[in-house]
Design a protein around this ligand. Structure first.
Ligand code: ADP
Ligand code: MG
Length: 207
């Protein structure tokens, strides 16, 4: 099973400042011009978000993974599943691959615990398509500085951490080539968008 209902579930993944939010907005706008129903959303959401993206608390990796999946449980029930049931395109800025990359790989929790939490919280649902925006670490962090000044907890985790993250996302893509497409995000916004659009057209015949 891919996703619930008749909708299409697309996730955007990658490191800080790769251009996920920018590209999600552009894809959403393009789909809407075609008359598609689109829901744009992001993770982590709700009140748990601030615990994870602000401040500098050093959670245990397991605690951090549990917080992400707790927020995800709410997000799935409140937003993602209803929209998919309605037949909408759901464009999600980060999803479970981020927990796998950040906590599973970069923070050392391992793949096993994250896979177990996925099964427990998400079950058999999988994104139809995951776009992994890939960019050299320094360039992404340089771009990220231009965003929300309070949401810097992950940005401040250091070069090594971010190199591990980049490798992690590439490994995830290698393991699931049917679901994931790696996009070179070190290009002008419009060129990245065309690469995103090409991947959507190639992978999702309904576009
Ligand atoms: N291809 C690009 N080239 C140059 N700047 C970009 C590009 N894509 C996004 N940006 C800018 O970089 C910053 C981070 O982009 P954003 O989409 O917020 O990244 P993310 O959501 O992956 O962290 C924003 O200021 C955005 O306008
Ligand atoms: Mg963003």
């Amino acid at each position: 099973m891919a996703a619930a209902g008749a909708g299409i579930f697309v996730t955007f993944e990658g490191g800080e400042g790769a251009g996920k939010s920018t590209q999600l907005g552009l894809l959403g706008a393009r789909l809407r011009t075609q008359g598609k129903g689109v829901v744009e959303t992001r993770e982590p959401g709700g009140p748990i978000r601030s615990l994870l993206v602000q401040g500098d608390r050093a959670w245990m990796p397991m605690t951090e993974a549990l917080l992400h999946f707790a927020a995800r449980a709410e997000h799935l029930a409140e937003t993602v599943l209803p929209a998919l049931e309605d037949g909408s395109w759901v464009l999600c800025d980060r999803f479970a691959d981020s927990t796998m990359a950040y906590q599973g790989y970069a923070q050392g929790l391992g793949r096993g615990p994250v896979e177990k939490l996925y099964e427990l919280v998400v079950g058999r649902l999988r994104p139809h398509l995951t776009l992994i925006l890939d960019i050299p670490v320094e360039l992404g962090l340089d771009r990220a500085i231009r965003r929300d000044v309070r949401e810097t907890r992950y940005e401040r985790m250091g070069q090594d951490f971010h190199e591990k993250l980049r490798d992690a996302f590439r490994d995830i893509a290698r393991r699931e080539p049917e679901r994931c497409v790696v996009i070179n995000a070190d290009q002008p916004v419009e060129d990245v968008h065309e690469a995103v659009w090409a991947a959507v057209r190639r992978r999702l015949t309904v576009a």
